[in-house]
Ligand binder design. Structure first.
Ligand code: B3K
Ligand code: ZN
Length: 876
């Protein structure tokens, strides 16, 4: 807890010693688990004979240490806070150690801990050092043999990675299981689970005929919530074979659901461990969104088996090598199993809201950072989502066929190795013949590039001149930025024909859509033989993670909204049009001027409703206004109240003007079909629920009745939750209170549903919410020790823009209090929770002072390295 020091990428040294084989024995006990390790260690040829052996280890009580069977005396080694050091070791030897640890006191949920009485592990990134002394770095890869000993009654099920080789009874009511994983792996992929678990099983036959047994392990009461995850797993296994030619490589694949988990899930070899929220789903308890999340995360973790496990990262600076690639893979999978345009719209809208904010704040960092204090703080939107956007750009630049060949090369060449981002990009360059030198800057340069575009149609010559200028704003520690290689997918839409025009650039006929490569600070592209005046459709399908500014008129946007052949850009045109109207209304609110609704937005929405696109899910997205968080990102100084007022005004104006259309849309999309999370049903429900939101925004009497009816009908959680949210967020306590009470009583036994109950209440726009948060923190279903509960209550409150940013600072103080308490219990979650406070520069002077003073209050505490790093950056 004293002045944590940064680690630098430039300091990377290959390991002096490797572990070729690891044998572990766990004698499980909540307060005193004993871990015996037998490590087969070899000095690397490149290391000198007097190189000391340094093993990582934290919070371990060392009871025995032997080299080749000979006990070491206290003078032969040193143990510090960071680990174990042995000055002299042979070139090749076995090291045996025995340590003791207390899983029940492990509230950080890293290493070996207990969740609801169940033993489980989380080792990525550096949790293994809390289990035994070991070179805890991803470039040390070893085979593992693991013996787990537990209580027959308390822990009837004993699991670890790989294949089961033996099990049996011991005396005193104990029993054991032995597992062997033949694939060398870094220790961050180690996993152990022991508890009273029940499984559902299934099978999958791989393309080459390997029979894989699939097991999903849960607590007994959750057995009915496993079907969707199992189906998702099988779809993911088939997809990876078909899309990437990747087969599963063991005879057994297991997923375990645990209640206390810091992240979504973990891709441990053969034994994925999941946050129960990311794996359990039942129509009565999970929304459509949750079903889709489960499918995406199950696929993501499965895909890691190749992109991450078989080929892993050399060091943690390369984290995006596995995460960016794997997110890209899961995005493509979900796009294929659901509505592809909607998947892209949802991903991009999240990205532009949350990752852009990260890039614009004090914790901005490159996709490959060059230093960190606490690697746990770098599991960020930049590493994951921007990393995925970079991989997507690569795919678009080289084309799918070359991309797939590049991926094949990568997996073949580096199988069983720990490698770097260059290794990946080199494979893509080799497969495509493209020079990706300049492209590599995407990995080292932080910040969101902005492109100022303008275009001119030359009637006399039938030419369209498109000029693009790029700049990337300074980010902490990176003032000067170099131009990036930016692929811009585009078309020119003829204003007369409404069609994509044929594109000719430098004499080359390019079809009706092309990707232009922006490489310089400024470039002009001259399209010739342009038959009519066009409106450009730029950055189609969000072909690069940039902000693109083009001086579109509202007429241009209304035109693109209906005419653009790119579904994503049609949606985006609607968002841009709404943004222009919102900007005016925000200004009106600030200046105390009467708000007037832009009739062009109303007419655009009327057209959408009358002449609806075939994909109802796309329509639902098009009818959804930019979120308050997204609007805030577009403002130079965030005025939370003006944004809220302006957005509400637009919602209500649309609802009043188009009341009958929304009513008709609602009626046309009601259904009493049995629930299924199919794309068609999800699309229909989302459209119906968007219509209901508009009706409820004006508390339309008939709308209220429909909403109450939907809540009471209890048809599925998507509809119930949506109706409950609308009732609770309305201004009517007579609607909110009884619904909350009914729901809370009905689901008191189900923590994941109670999380939704917490979130809905603390997201209310009404000002007394702050008291509600405090009251709910004392609710028996709440616990600061459970990350899901913290996210559902505290995390959700911090997203409640009008109330978190109250002018009396109470919202900030509440968050800081929780961060201070969690800093002791769970530093990883505490550090994540601070994020909204780190964005203080974006607000007005009064709020800046309040936010900073809370950060300073946190800074005065004795801090974990996690919280220390974030606060330090935020106040720098
Ligand atoms: N690889 C894990 C990350 C867990 C790290 C937690 N400190 C989840 C994933 O990306 O699949
Ligand atoms: Zn991942």
């Amino acid at each position: 807890m004293s002045d944590p020091q940064p680690v630098y990428l430039s300091d990377y040294q290959p390991p002096a010693y490797r572990v070729t084989h690891t044998e572990l024995t766990f004698d499980l006990d909540p307060a005193a688990t004993r871990v015996k390790a037998r490590l087969h260690i070899e000095r690397q040829a490149t290391a000198s004979a007097d190189e000391p052996l340094k093993l990582d280890g934290e919070q371990l009580t060392l009871d025995a240490l032997l080299i080749d069977g000979n006990p070491l005396s206290g003078n032969d080694y040193q143990v510090s806070d960071e680990g174990l050091r042995i000055e002299q070791v042979p070139a090749r030897f076995t090291l045996e150690s025995e340590v003791q640890l207390s899983p029940k006191d492990n509230t950080a949920l890293e290493g070996l801990y207990q969740s609801n009485g169940m033993f489980c592990t989380q080792c990525e990134a550096e949790g293994f050092r809390r289990i035994t002394f070991y070179p805890d770095r991803p470039d040390v890869m070893s085979t593992f043999k693991v013996t787990v000993i537990g209580d027959r009654e308390r822990e009837p099920v004993l699991l670890a990675n790989g294949n089961p080789v033996e099990q049996g009874d011991l005396e005193n009511g104990r029993h054991f299981a032995i597992w062997e994983d033949p694939h060398p792996k870094p220790c961050y992929l180690f996993a152990l689970v022991a508890g009273d678990l029940h499984s559902v099983g299934d099978r999958f036959t791989t393309r080459s005929g390997r029979e894989v047994s699939l097991q999903l392990w849960v607590e007994q009461e959750n057995l009915a919530k496993t079907e969707h995850a199992m189906g998702s797993l099988k779809r993911a296994m088939a997809w990876d074979e078909q899309a990437y030619g990747r087969e599963y490589d063991l005879d057994l694949f297991m997923i375990v659901a645990v209640n206390d988990f810091n992240m979504g899930a973990m891709e441990n070899k053969g034994l994925n461990i999941f946050n129960s929220a990311a794996v359990l789903a039942h129509p009565d308890t999970a929304t459509d969104g949750a079903f889709q999340t489960v499918e995406g995360i199950v696929a993501h973790e499965y895909f890691h088996n190749w992109s991450g496990n078989r080929v892993t990262c050399r060091d943690w600076f390369q984290l995006s090598l596995k995460e960016g690639f794997t997110v890209f893979r899961d995005q493509c999978f979900s796009a294929e199993t659901n509505s592809a345009p909607v998947k892209r719209i949802q991903d991009v809208s999240f990205f532009r809201t949350a990752q852009f904010a990260e890039d614009a704040g004090p914790t901005a960092h490159p996709v490959r950072p060059d230093h960190y204090i606490e690697i746990t703080n770098f599991y960020t939107l930049t590493i994951y989502e921007k990393g995925a956007e970079i991989v997507r750009m690569l795919c678009n630049l080289v084309g799918w066929d070359a991309f797939r060949q590049g991926a094949d090369r990568y997996f073949a060449r580096f199988d069983g190795q720990a490698v770097t981002i260059e290794d990946f990009v080199d494979c893509m360059a080799e497969a495509s013949g493209l020079d990706l030198g300049q492209f590599m800057r995407w990995y080292s340069q932080a910040g969101t590039p902005e492109i100022d575009a303008h275009g001119e149609y030359d009637y006399a010559h039938g030419e369209y001149h498109l000029t693009l200028r790029q700049r990337t704003p300074a980010t902490p520690g990176q003032v000067d930025k170099e131009p990036l290689h930016i692929p811009i997918a585009m078309g020119l839409v003829g204003t007369k024909s409404g069609q994509d025009l044929a594109l000719t650039l430098d004499g080359n006929k390019l079809g009706k859509e092309t990707v232009i490569h922006l490489r310089e600070d400024e470039q002009t592209f001259v399209f010739t033989d342009v038959a009519e005046a066009p409106v450009p459709s730029l950055l189609r399908n969000f072909s690069a993670p940039v902000k693109l500014h083009f001086p579109y008129s509202r007429e241009d946007l209304a035109f693109l909204l209906t005419q653009d052949s790119d579904g994503f850009n049609r949606w985006d045109a609607g968002q841009r049009l709404a943004m222009l109207a919102l900007d005016d209304l925000i200004a009106a609110h600030r200046n105390g001027v009467e708000k007037v609704m832009d009739s062009r937005v109303v007419e655009a929405f009327r057209t959408l409703l009358a002449d609806a696109p075939a994909d109802k899910a796309v329509l639902a997205e098009m009818l959804t206004l930019p979120s308050e968080a997204y609007i805030a990102e577009q403002q130079p100084i965030v005025d939370v109240d003006a944004i809220h007022a302006a957005r509400e005004f637009v919602r209500q104006s649309l609802a009043m003007a188009l009341r009958d259309e929304f009513m008709a849309t609602f009626e046309a999309n009601r259904s009493s079909e049995p629930y299924a999370p199919t794309p068609e049903q999800i699309a229909q429900r989302s459209l119906k629920n968007v219509a209901l939101s508009y009706l409820m925004s004006i508390e339309d009497e008939q709308g209220v009745a429909l909403c109450e009816g939907q809540f009471a009908a209890n048809h599925n959680m998507t509809d119930v939750r949506h109706a409950l949210t609308l009732l609770v967020h309305s201004d009517r306590d007579d609607l909110a209170s009884p619904a909350l009470k009914t729901f809370g009583e009905k689901w008191a036994h189900d923590p994941l549903v109670m999380d939704q109950w917490f979130t809905i209440q603390v997201s209310r726009p009404q000002p007394e919410v702050i008291d509600r948060v405090k009251y709910l923190m004392a609710h028996p279903a709440f616990s600061l020790k459970n990350p899901n509960r913290v996210r559902a209550l505290i995390g959700a409150f911090a997203q409640n823009r009008v109330n978190f940013h109250r002018l009396d600072g109470q919202g900030y103080a509440l968050l800081a209090d929780v961060v201070i308490e969690l800093n002791q219990l769970n530093p990883e979650i505490a550090a994540r929770l601070i994020t909204p406070l780190t964005r203080w520069q974006r607000f007005d002077e009064t709020r800046q002072v309040l936010m900073r003073s809370e950060l300073e209050r946190i800074q005065r505490e004795p801090l974990s390295s996690n919280v220390y790093e974030v606060v330090e950056k935020a106040l720098a």
